[in-house]
Design a protein around this ligand. Sequence first.
Ligand code: 13P
Length: 252
Amino acid sequence: MTRPKIIAGNWKMNLDHIEGAALARAVRDRLSGPARPCEVVLIPPFTSLEAVAGAIEGSPLRIGAQDLWYEPSGAFTGEISASMLAALGCRYVLIGHSERRHVIGEDGTLLSRKLRAALAGGLFPIYCVGELLEDREAGNADGVVERQLREGLGGLEPGDAGRVVIAYEPVWAIGTGRNATPEDAGAMHQAIRRLLADLFGEPAAGAAVILYGGSVKPDNARDLLSREGIDGALVGGASLDPGSFAAIVSAL
Ligand code: 13P
């Protein structure tokens, strides 16, 4: 089954809007030339979205946001709605990144609301799942990821579920320089696809785009991305360097 491929750069809380626009221009320049067989997505902080959108205008690059709030508008000081993101040209939004789950403390109920709000707002959610090191060492990585998937996606119509991109990011691999082996990542991607088949049927599972994230770098990207079932990458640190990010895109 041919699925769309995505390489997304999650800039996290880095770069102001001027620095962000410069990075976006540098990425755009490095990726100009023949069309790529994948969608390349830049995910800057909210404050840089407009500047980055301007910098990539006219190119095939896309933008996404790192989070949203689940209500459409109202008294939610500090929050940002799906429609505000869509109005800026966002196509994707991260939901449930491990830093939101484990540093900020977001739980399954909240994430499921955010995911539904993203879908209702016409965005493509990138729903992040992944186990802690202690879960993996206890042999419970599959169980944790299954729970996170059921919490986020349970009850969705197959058509809506088909618009959700999954990102498997083992927490112990994020920002540590220690990536999952292609074998372990590939096995988890298979487990995720099996669960999606149980929840939404084989066609939806076969079409689901599942990314790997966690210390993806130019030197390990090809091994990870050539694995059957890994449909792209969610890149953190290496997405802040245009050369490294472009090299990861080229590894696909
Ligand atoms: P690193 O690539 O820096 O490990 O970060 C991964 C990540 O959290 C992407 O969302």
